[in-house]
Design a protein around this ligand. Structure first.
Ligand code: FES
Length: 361
């Protein structure tokens, strides 16, 4: 039965192929949001129309594009009826084809949970650690999130939720406690409010977990590259890897401007020391604007200039990138030249909330 009124103003039904799942898409909700709310393991990363992970094929029905699919999908994909689920409101009932991954099912269950801002701590002059205590865990069963994923955080009076990565491995905090790193954004509504005065005790709502940025199976070396508050998801991912005895060599290049922008050094050195014996984790900070002649003994320049020298043999390497789009794009160019295929490059792009509602700072 197809909807009568269209344009996302009433609830519609979606039939998912080849799984045969059926779900209601509430008026105003996009297809991806409905799929995740229904507990489907729908592939996704950004949820704002920039990564292409949520693409699916529209078999039947009509959708309204929230942003131009052509920015992400190529001509062939558009021709074959591919759409972006996160950018599609339903104008009718639909039938779509998407490859859901059953093994990722736990990663797909999202919830919205109230809580309170328990504590804040300055990590650098413009990056703050936030600890949130929820009324109950995001998930009652299994892992409450996967290391590398993110959540939407809403504060009363702030116009829309912001997405931030979990900054610790899920097993490191209590199940109802979450830790995030937040960088101050010039003229940012949320960060202006947060950094202005002590907001401890404020009510907060957290939705998630979202994204598919987590450590994949493999036995080759792992190259992690992050900048700024991108430390959060890589730190969580590596903490989890250490907790489960990861038997792989890891290089973590972290880009910052000056020594004043470095943080979590003690945590990184502790991780290096407890890495699985016989394997190594090397944390390599790179400073791009450190004054000439300072006492900095480490690498200088853009973090992407130092990728190539980190490994002799790039065969079977995987890469995990987290930070602003220019850093990720430049890193991907370098990695592709080393012969790493796109399937082995995983990234979490911090999109600018000033241009994309819900984007990451
Ligand atoms: S384009 Fe939809 S999740 Fe990224």
């Amino acid at each position: 039965m197809f909807g009568l009124f269209g344009k996302g103003k009433k609830d519609n039904q979606a039939l998912i192929q080849p799984s045969g799942d059926r779900m209601t898409v509430k008026a105003g909700d996009n297809l991806l949001k409905a799929g995740l709310s229904a507990g489907l393991s729908w592939p996704h990363d950004c949820r704002v129309g920039s990564c292409g992970s949520c693409k699916c094929r529209l078999i039947k029905g009509k959708v309204k594009e929230l942003s131009d699919f052509a920015y992400v999908l190529d001509g062939e994909e558009l021709q074959s009826g591919m759409i972006l689920a996160c950018q599609s409101l339903l104008k009718s009932d639909v039938e779509v084809e998407v490859q859901l991954n059953p093994s990722d099912h736990d990663a797909a269950v999202v919830s919205t949970t109230p809580g309170v801002l328990e504590s804040t701590r300055m990590l650098t002059h413009d990056i703050m650690e936030l600890k949130v205590s929820l009324d109950k865990p995001l998930r009652e069963q299994g892992d409450h999130y996967m290391a590398g994923q993110y959540a939407d955080i809403s504060f009363p009076g702030i116009s829309h939720p912001r997405a931030y990565s979990f900054a610790t491995a899920p097993e490191n905090d209590k199940r109802n406690e979450l830790t995030f790193f937040i960088r101050k954004v010039p003229n940012g509504e949320l960060t202006g409010w947060l950094f202005e005065q002590d907001r401890t005790g404020s009510p907060v709502t957290v939705s998630g977990p979202y994204g598919s940025f987590w450590l994949r199976e493999g036995d080759g070396p792992v190259v992690c590259i992050a900048g700024g508050s991108g430390m959060s998801s890589i730190k969580a991912l590596l903490e989890h890897a250490a907790n489960v005895g990861c038997e792989r060599d890891v290089i973590y290049l972290f880009g910052a401007r000056t020594q004043a922008d470095l943080y979590c050094l003690d945590e990184m050195h502790a991780l290096e020391s407890r890495w699985n014996s016989g394997r190594s984790l090397r944390f390599v900070p790179v400073l791009s604007e450190e004054p000439d002649g300072s006492d900095w003994p480490g690498l200088r320049g853009m973090v992407t200039e130092h990728i190539v020298n980190q490994l002799k043999d790039w065969t079977s390497a995987q890469a995990y990138l987290c930070g602003p789009p220019p850093m990720i794009d430049a890193a991907m160019d370098v990695l592709r030249k080393q012969g790493i295929s796109d399937q082995d490059i995983h990234f979490d792009k911090f999109l600018d909330a000033s241009t994309i509602p819900g984007g990451r700072h």
